[in-house]
Ligand binder design. Structure first.
Ligand code: HDE
Length: 689
């Protein structure tokens, strides 16, 4: 073939190949040299080898080769957003923390939500704990409240964390399963760690499959300390409560969502914030003194225990609003470095052995992940308040000491001498007195592993208890080693008989094992705590939720409009779905653009649906497996549906019962439909099954 030059910019059309000029800046190298050709590398002759002197090419490839940093060993998959925290009232009587001194003051925050077990590219709806990490850029330094959406943890001592995480992640020989605890190693470890039983109840509940980051709680988990200007210290536990109420999906939906939209949670947060529907949480505290701690049933340093809100109410102290997505995911969400050690004057640690271990881990891990000691120079990590210190040099140093003094004490004096310690305020450890022998021990006050697990279980509604039994059955059904299943059952027997029996039945185990030998006898007298149930803390509003409206050619325009108007009046989002992508022409001749086609939008991605075909359209839908599935799963997931008469053709083919039930409501009364949606699900159907 004869070689000849041709212009690679021609024939490819469009704006992508426009030249610099006007508003379009010139493409440059890293050091600012304009690039004349970004389509062809420099070569010796038309068909000859590439020349090493092509700096623009080498620089581009070199940089690309190094685009990745190590992903977080846990919480690798996450999504962040910017916002603000607003203090309700001054808390100066209990803490000197600057952020809590002035009513109405706003402080910038960055939040990162995450799953724990999965790799960076894993699905959003894994059954897992969610990270809920908040960086407050306060006037006296960054305060990182690195919490989860579950108020307890699996283990009591940080030394077990690597074992827990190894057991939960992919098994090391086969490198699967991804983002799942439903495998032998996890349940092997868990069933040998009775201290994890309370946490197991939480992760087997629907808390581990939240509908959205926007609809989940957050918890600081550990007891911390608040210290006021007089040096008086009290314990404090932190709680985030979503203003939009709690909501989770059910497991079968999670499985479908993971297939249809693995980025479901990301997309949800992105869409909400871009649409101006800014999610909001209230920060609340449980504050208590040493006397309360001494008289409480469990050790307040034990991260496998809660203090029920009914015993110690949560006092709201401010609100957080997320109102801006990062400009760049990598720069902000990936490079953000949370550290439990980042506290500010007025806040102190407790002796919780998990927290103490974390304080080492979070600093250490950033060195590996971000490549050097200067990760706080990265804008997302840098404080917004002035800072001065003598730390210097190292990889990628962006802030360097000025002048001569890079040590202290020095005698250079004044501004030249650099910063000095503060005489008042500053971070001061609470002078807690310790005595005792150096030893590797676990306090006997940490020994009760079942009582609060039971309390969690009995605090759930019947619907939620069933979900827990189903979740345990599902997870253990994936465990191939039978003795592990039995060992788990022996623990469940110490938690609640009903639960153990339901799981045994699901697994086809007829002979229950003996209950596990508890370190201390489990208590059965702890009262129900309604705050622990999701369904008892629903939104009673459909605002911020999504309705999927399934349409066809010829759908009744007035019917569609009435549903859309009612949904919008409630603050809900509407999406249109058709048999094919593109648009449909409604009965009045208007063309309606569709958001999705039914093959790509299972009902699982909506909170409620409206099925409004024309008569001919219904026959067409009835012949489509995806449309039949849409109707069948709406039913199977107990979702509210508005429907018209034509839809019955589809329902019959989808196998729905003739009489339907109270969860399927006539589209002719859109107000009643939207009012029903406030309950989120028609759980009566689950109970009737
Ligand atoms: Fe973490 N955890 N953790 N963790 N954790 C990390 O730090 C660790 C624990 C939590 O969005 C790592 O920067 C130990 C409890 C969140 O960037 C690492 C122990 C709670 C995030 C680490 C725990 C958490 C992390 C990995 C046992 C809830 C994500 C990357 C003592 C209160 C933060 C990183 C983000 C991340 C260690 C237990 C929450 C390795 C040793 C309990 C939300 O340092």
């Amino acid at each position: 073939m004869a070689a000849s030059d041709y212009d690679t910019r021609t024939g490819q059309g469009g704006e992508t190949h426009q030249q610099a000029g006007g508003d379009v800046p010139p493409l440059t190298t890293q050091v600012g040299a304009p690039v004349s050709d970004d389509q062809n590398s420099l070569r010796a002759g038309r068909r000859g080898p590439t020349l090493i002197e092509d700096q623009a090419f080498r620089e581009k490839i070199f940089h690309f080769d190094h685009e990745r940093i190590p992903e977080r060993v846990v919480h690798a998959r996450g999504y962040g957003a910017h916002g603000f925290f607003e203090t309700y009232d001054s808390l100066s009587d209990i803490t000197a923390a600057d952020i809590f001194q002035r009513a109405g003051e706003r402080t910038e925050v960055f939040v990162r939500f995450s799953t724990v077990a999965g790799n960076k590219g894993s699905v959003d709806l894994a059954r897992d704990v969610r990270g809920f990490a908040v960086k407050f850029y306060t006037k006296e330094g960054n305060w990182d409240l690195v919490g989860n959406n579950i108020p307890v943890f699996f283990i009591q001592d940080a030394i077990k964390f690597p074992d827990l995480v190894h057991a939960a992640k992919q098994e090391p020989d086969r490198a699967f399963p991804q983002a799942q605890t439903a495998h032998d190693n996890f349940w092997d470890f868990i069933s040998l760690m009775p201290e994890s039983m309370h946490m197991v109840m939480w992760i087997m509940s629907d808390r581990a499959i939240p509908r959205s980051f926007r609809f989940m709680e957050g918890f600081g988990v550990h007891s911390f300390r608040f210290v006021n200007a007089e040096g008086e210290a009290r314990f404090v536990k932190f709680h985030w409560k979503p203003k939009a109420g709690l909501q989770s999906v059910i497991w079968d939906e999670a499985l479908r969502i993971n297939g249809a939209d693995p980025d479901f949670h990301r997309r949800d947060l992105w869409d909400a914030i871009q649409a101006g529907d800014h999610p909001e949480w209230e920060l609340g505290v449980q504050v208590f003194d040493q006397d309360f701690a001494d008289s409480f049933d469990f050790d307040i340093l034990d991260a496998t225990k809660i203090i029920p809100e009914e015993i110690l109410p949560v006092r709201p102290i401010g609100r957080m609003v997320l109102n801006r997505m990062p400009d760049n995911f990598f720069a902000e969400t990936e490079q953000v470095a949370f550290q439990t050690g980042n506290i500010v004057p007025g806040i102190d640690f407790s002796e919780d052995p998990l927290l103490q271990g974390r304080n080492f881990s979070y600093l250490d891990t950033q060195l590996k992940r971000l490549g050097g000691p200067n990760f706080n120079h990265i804008p997302i990590n840098a404080p917004r308040c002035p800072f001065h210190h003598f730390q210097q040099d190292g990889h990628m140093a962006m802030h360097n000491p000025r002048g001569r003094a890079n040590y202290e004490p020095n005698s250079w004096g004044g501004a030249q001498g650099g910063p000095r310690e503060v005489a008042q305020g500053g971070i001061r450890a609470v002078p807690v007195a310790y005595d005792g022998r150096k030893a590797r021990v676990r306090s006997e006050t940490f020994a009760d592993h079942y009582s609060q697990a039971r309390q969690f279980y009995v605090s759930q509604t019947a619907v939620e208890r069933k979900h827990m039994a189903d979740a345990l059955t599902f997870e253990l059904s994936k465990v191939r080693t039978r003795p592990i299943r039995l060992r788990m059952l022996s623990h469940l027997l110490n938690i609640h008989d009903d639960l153990a029996r339901a799981v045994a039945q699901g697994l086809g185990i007829k002979d229950l094992p003996a209950p596990a030998e508890p370190a201390v006898p489990p208590r059965t007298d702890l009262p129900e705590s309604p705050a622990l149930s999701i369904l008892k803390n629903g939104p009673d509003s459909f605002a911020g939720r999504k309705i999927g409206v399934l349409l066809t050619e010829g759908s009744d325009a007035a019917e569609v409009k009435a549903i859309v108007d009612a949904a919008k009046a409630e603050g809900a989002v509407v999406q249109f779905i058709g048999p094919l992508a593109g648009s449909v022409t409604l009965s009045d001749g208007t063309d309606l653009d569709l958001d999705e086609m039914v093959e790509g939008a299972p009902s699982a991605i909506f909170d409620a649906v409206a099925i409004l075909p024309s008569a001919e359209g219904a026959a067409m839908l009835a012949a489509m497996p995806a449309a039949r599935d849409f109707a069948a799963t709406t039913w199977a997931h107990y979702k509210f549906a508005a429907f018209n008469d034509a839809a019955r053709t589809l329902f019959a083919r989808a196998g729905l019962p003739d009489g339907l039930d109270g969860g399927f409501l006539p589209a002719s009364d859109p107000g009643a439909f939207v009012a029903a949606c406030r309950r989120l699900r028609f759980w009566d159907r689950q109970m009737a099954a």
